[in-house]
Design a protein around this ligand. Structure first.
Ligand code: PXP
Length: 251
């Protein structure tokens, strides 16, 4: 199975910062150049290997990516910087100042290890509509990270979000279980619906080198945002090789 046409690869480098924070959370400034690994240097290697964009999630608790990482990435990244963020006044102001190429609104809770569910946009329509309008005005593309739920997809179109990112986590979790086909069918139907409503369809979360071929059967994909599996593979083969291997599936 191969991709019907070239799909863009956004690499999420958060977990490079996770490794750094595991050692340097407390006293980063005391260690000078020893503060490693640098997620921005890592992002530049991803670009060199063919990544079409770099994603960073600046979480409220700053558990991995730090403000200075995002600012350096904005200055140095030559492809596209996608800032994942919570839909809060603080982050909205931050994004308008930083001017990433796109923002992806995600739910955030301090307890979760990583983003665990799509954003409920039906429950906060006016807030999300304001963000979409403000970002559009500033020339920043908004993407909404939502479950492949028809109700959420219809609201995304109603709010005039240019992009959505379909949450593939439920599918990825079901990969070795009975619900796999059902979750895949839900993603396919969601992508069809979204495309029909004029939305650009991205997808992400839990996509890896094993499930990628089946993920590519989802129609209308514009970009996949992939992090954990690429960072994990990079430990064995280096980040450039890891990106090239994933990119080869998408071309
Ligand atoms: N897309 C979004 C919105 C995410 O929050 C994440 C990280 O949780 C990803 C994509 C990448 O997921 P993964 O690290 O599982 O590839």
């Amino acid at each position: 199975m191969s991709a019907p046409s070239s799909i863009l690869l956004g690499v999420n480098v958060d977990h490079c910062a996770t490794i750094r924070q595991a050692r340097f959370r407390e006293h980063p400034l005391d260690h000078g150049d020893e503060v490693e690994p640098d997620p921005v240097a890592f992002a530049l290697l991803c670009e060199k290997a063919g990544a079409d964009g770099i994603t960073m999630h600046l979480r409220e608790d700053r558990r991995h990516v730090q403000d200075s990482d995002v600012q350096r990435a904005r200055a140095q990244i030559a492809t596209r910087l996608n800032l994942e963020m919570a839909c809060t006044p603080e982050m909205i102001a931050y994004a308008l100042e930083l001017k990433p190429d796109s923002v992806c609104l995600v739910p955030e809770s301090r307890e979760e290890v990583t983003t665990e569910g799509g954003l409920d946009i039906s429950g906060q329509k006016s807030r999300v509509a304001e963000v979409v309008a403000a970002m559009t005005e500033a020339g920043i593309i908004t993407s909404l990270f939502i479950d492949p739920d028809p109700a959420q997809i219809e609201v995304a179109a109603e709010l005039k979000s240019p992009w959505i990112e379909l949450h593939t986590g439920a599918y990825a979790n079901a990969y070795y279980h009975a619900g796999r086909q059902r979750e895949l069918d839900t993603l396919k139907a969601g992508a069809d619906l979204a495309h029909g409503l004029g939305l650009t369809v991205n997808a992400g979360h839990g996509i890896n080198y094993v499930n990628i071929e089946e993920v590519l059967s989802i129609p209308h994909l514009h970009e996949l945002n992939i992090g954990h599996t690429i960072i994990s593979r990079a430990l064995f083969v280096g980040i450039e090789q890891a990106v090239r291997e994933m990119k080869a599936y998408l071309c």
